[in-house]
Design a protein around this ligand. Structure first.
Ligand code: ADP
Ligand code: MG
Length: 439
């Protein structure tokens, strides 16, 4: 994916720009409609967001028919992969080695906007930072995707590290925990595995719902948990649901997860969504009017990841079009996303229009009273399709077809239904018309 994407971008940039902005960037993760790119500094991130993100979206749409929105992590020069054409690890993150806490430096409290939906969770996170291992242990943050669980969890790690640089902090997803565990068994390196997860001060395990059904991993995690807990080490967990609702999770783990505090994050309200967009825009030094931010926040209400994705898309769109960001531009940049799921229902007029064109007659012929065969048949087909593809009643369809009696419509419907039973060619024809009308 990345090599092809780089090629796509290279054809649209000067060599110098390419070497400067694209060459040092590599993907660290391809997830569900997002691709995470490692960039060397904030300047590069900023340039990408303003000028290059749109190419990745365009490329993924054109070539894969899927929209991947780039997100960025800043990985300073000295921590970068030596081989920049690095493998792309799908979904499961690389755990790296012990010295690496795996914390994303962008996920800090300063960039976390507080609203009704996350106030409690944020407060609990701050309490944990104040006295790790002493207040809420474990702290469990749960809620739907893209609502800030990972951000908040990593903010805890980053903040403890900042206050106490010697603190040993380990962030891992439950999947990486499992992968490390499996690798350790395979290589006979259980001792290293245990020191990696137990000789630490703070353990952050993201997305524990994936422990479901992993019996051996659950057992290992049980022992890890006990060891840390008994030594008053802080444990923070996230999940997409309460542990009780994770199927095939051992009872002894469920009960331990309840020892501390469970706090949920719920979707942000409009004010919070606007505040998040405002913060993001100003951190990118972008001047976006309150109206436009409100427009985006009003139309993207699923989760914060999508909200950020929408803003990135608007910024990229403006850069490609060479225009200023305003509400009109935002509307055209986002129309794919916004109109999703509320496709307008098909109307009889559209069916009549399409069918008459297909049979090379006019819509008036269909609505009229002529009884010649070359007109009656398309009329019946159009009635049949309207009945099949809309929720309308027979009398209502009759009305829309030039005030015809509902028995005429029923007759047409039954006739076509019978005919496609025996006439394969007609059946294919009708199916084709159906498919095209549904699009
Ligand atoms: P989750 O782990 O719940 O799926 P993430 O923590 O990955 O969600 O958040 C998705 C994106 O939204 C991240 O880029 C994150 O920085 C951003 N985000 C989430 N909550 C907030 C918030 N309250 N303020 C600012 N940004 C947020
Ligand atoms: Mg997460």
């Amino acid at each position: 994916f990345w090599r092809d994407c780089q090629h796509y971008i290279s054809e649209r940039l000067s060599d110098q720009s390419f070497d400067n902005w694209v060459a040092p960037v590599y993907p660290t993760r391809i997830g569900d409609q997002t691709i995470t790119l490692a960039v060397p500094n904030a300047l590069t991130k900023n340039y990408w967001e303003r000028h290059l993100s749109g190419y990745v979206i365009q490329f993924s749409l054109e070539v894969y028919g899927l929209e991947y929105t780039p997100t960025f992590v800043i990985v300073p020069e000295d921590q970068r992969e030596s081989n920049q054409a690095k493998k792309v690890v799908p979904e499961v993150e690389d755990t790296g080695d012990f010295s690496e806490s795996q914390l994303n430096p962008n996920y800090v409290f300063e960039t976390f906007v507080i609203g009704e939906g996350n106030k409690m969770a944020n407060g609990a996170a701050l309490a944990v930072v104040d006295s790790p291992g002493k207040t809420y242990n474990p702290l469990l943050i749960y809620g739907g995707v893209g609502l800030g669980k990972t951000h908040l969890m990593q903010a805890i790690g980053n903040e403890i590290k900042r206050k106490q640089p010697s603190a040993r902090i380990k962030y891992s997803t439950s999947e990486s925990f499992m992968n490390d565990f499996i690798t350790a068994i395979r290589d006979g390196s259980q001792a290293e595995f245990r020191s990696m997860y137990r000789e630490i001060d703070v353990l952050l395990i993201d997305d524990i719902q994936f422990l479901s059904k992993k019996d051996k991993t659950q057992e290992e995690f049980f022992h890890t948990f006990n060891e840390l807990y008994n030594n008053n080490k802080q444990i923070v967990l996230t999940s997409d649901r309460l542990p009780n609702n994770i199927t095939n999770l051992e009872e002894r783990l469920i009960s331990r997860f309840k020892w501390g505090l469970s706090t949920d994050i719920t979707p942000p309200d409009l004010e919070t969504r606007i505040a998040i967009l405002r913060k993001k825009a100003s951190s990118e030094q972008l001047d976006v009017s309150p109206d436009t931010l409100t427009y985006i926040a009003n139309n993207v209400d699923t989760n914060i990841r999508e909200l950020e994705g929408a803003l990135v898309r608007v910024i990229a769109y403006a850069a490609i079009q060479g225009k200023e960001i305003d509400t009109e531009l935002a509307a055209s940049a986002l129309h794919n996303i916004i109109n999703k799921g509320e496709a307008k229902p098909l109307t009889p007029d559209e069916v009549i229009e399409y069918v008459s064109r297909y049979y090379q007659i006019t819509p008036e012929d269909i609505r009229g009273k002529k009884r010649t065969k070359n007109i009656v048949f398309p009329r019946q087909v159009a009635m049949y399709l309207t009945r099949e593809l809309t929720e309308m009643s027979f009398p209502k369809i009759g009305e829309d077809f030039g005030n015809k009696n509902h028995t005429t419509v029923i007759h047409a419907y039954d006739k076509i239904t019978d005919e496609i039973e025996t006439d394969i060619q007609l059946k294919n024809e009708i199916n084709q018309l159906k498919q095209r009308l549904q699009r």
